[in-house]
Design a protein around this ligand. Structure first.
Ligand code: XUL
Ligand code: CO
Length: 442
């Protein structure tokens, strides 16, 4: 039995359906048509849209300057289990009205952390029993689970990279429980985001030792999960800073280098978040390309930053240009390695109506669906692939081909250059490509 199975939190809002771009109904999809086939796959399978439990059901609108503004009706009970069940009821009603199949969670999004590991273990067991029922009822499951090893003050000096062993062990216990919960709920993947894995000052930090501890921690977490039947993929979610001054998983290239250095690249892929990419002074397209180049593109956390702010604003995606460029990379690399599109995005503090949660996610899903349609046309029916192929065509034959095959040495290059009398200055055609993209965005 569900907690409040009769209670409806989002009253008056029915299931969100695809009605096409001319619909005037704000509670409908204009572009996201889950069953529509694009590039050989259903839209819903391209994306695996997922709702972030923390932002959508645990967020209150509180910020460092002010108290909560969003007093949501599922957030009333003082009893942790009762409160957690109410939240689950609201979450599953929302996710199923959106027509999504997935959610992502931190351990203590699901239920408030206990005072001891023992109490937390008990709480997680009780709430995951309940979530299993809800999942079955609605046909929804986790895209990924994770452990919140950053909020509790014990992690102020780090979790896996804490200079004190006792805290590392505590983080290990927490990850064990989060893995148990993810496995029990049939989660497809498991994420590590290291908000406190880094430093505030190098003056008191042994970076080499901390990196080795982090690798060891990931290794034993993987081994535990594999021994307990977890078949999914582990993801590292890079972010350069915030809350730490410098985080060890700074960006995709750094995280891939780290994984390869410690032989973890087979089990671990990358979960790329838009606003983390821009915080690292990269574009989202750049981060996706770096991951795709190495077959490491696991999943994405969809959101957007703000051009004027230097922090992680986690706004819902609606920058069509940014998502179109992203979908081109994702389509070209044949989709995600195990993951999908998790809306790691939050309502603005002054978006205080329950229905705002729908507007936010509808906009996000439509932005991605529209980008998918545009990206598919750009890749299959525009001049862009041809322009790119032509740009590198001197490597398709002759000496260029021999070079790519590793058949030329430096003296060979010298001799070739010696004989060459003229060099052409070939246009990169950037403006033409930009116009082609612009003309496809409709
Ligand atoms: C923080 C962030 C996290 C991770 C999961 O910036 O993105 O919510 O996605 O811990
Ligand atoms: Co994220």
């Amino acid at each position: 039995m569900t907690n409040n199975s009769k209670k409806e939190y989002f009253k008056g809002i029915r299931n969100i359906n695809y009605e096409g771009r001319d619909s005037k109904n704000p509670f409908s999809y204009k572009f996201y048509n889950p069953e529509q086939i694009v590039a050989g796959k259903k839209m819903k399978d391209h994306f695996k849209f997922s709702v972030a439990y923390w932002h959508s059901f645990c967020g209150t609108g509180a910020d460092p300057f002010g108290a909560p503004t969003q007093n949501f009706p599922w957030d009333k009970s003082q009893d942790p289990l009762h409160a957690a069940k109410d939240k689950a009821d609201a979450a599953f009603e929302f996710i199923s009205k959106m027509g999504f199949d997935y959610y992502c969670f931190h351990d203590y999004d699901l239920i408030q952390e206990g005072k001891s590991i023992k109490e937390s273990e008990k709480r997680l067991k009780l709430i995951s029993d309940y979530l299993l029922l809800k999942q079955k009822e609605h046909g929804i499951k986790p895209l990924w689970g994770t452990a919140n090893c950053f909020s509790n003050p014990v992690y102020m000096n780090g979790a896996a990279t804490n200079p004190e062993f006792d805290i590392v062990a505590r983080a290990g216990a927490q990850v064990k429980l989060a893995l148990d919960t993810t496995i029990k709920l049939g989660g497809l993947n498991y994420v590590f985001w290291g908000g406190r894995e880094g430093y505030l000052s190098l003056l008191n930090t042994d970076m080499k030792r901390e990196l080795e501890h982090m690798a060891e921690f990931l290794r034993i977490s993987r081994d535990y999960a594999r021994n307990n039947g977890f078949k999914g993929t582990f993801f590292i979610e890079p972010k350069p800073m915030e809350p730490s001054k410098h985080q060890y998983d700074f960006d995709t290239a750094t995280a891939i280098g780290f994984l390869k250095n410690y032989g973890l690249e087979k089990d671990f892929k990358i979960n790329i978040e838009v606003n983390h990419a821009t915080l690292a002074q990269h574009t989202f397209q750049h981060e996706l390309t770096v991951a795709a180049n190495d077959d490491m593109l696991g999943s994405i956390d969809a959101n957007r930053g703000d051009y004027q702010n230097g922090w992680d604003t986690d706004q819902f995606p609606n920058n069509l240009q940014e998502t179109t460029l992203a979908m081109m990379v994702i389509l070209k690399s044949s989709g995600f390695k195990g993951g999908g599109v998790n809306f790691d995005a939050k309502l603005r503090r002054n978006s205080t109506d329950l229905e705002d949660l729908f507007h936010a996610h509808i906009g996000g899903a439509d932005t991605f669906a529209r980008s998918l349609l545009i990206a598919d046309k750009l890749l299959s029916n525009s001049k862009i692939p041809e322009i790119l192929a032509k740009r590198y065509s001197t490597f398709d034959k002759g000496n260029g081909k021999l070079f790519e095959q590793g058949e030329l040495n430096l003296v060979d290059l010298f001799k070739i250059a010696y004989e060459t009398e003229k060099y052409s200055l070939k246009s990169g055609k950037q403006e033409l490509i930009e116009n082609i993209i612009f003309n496809h965005i409709n």
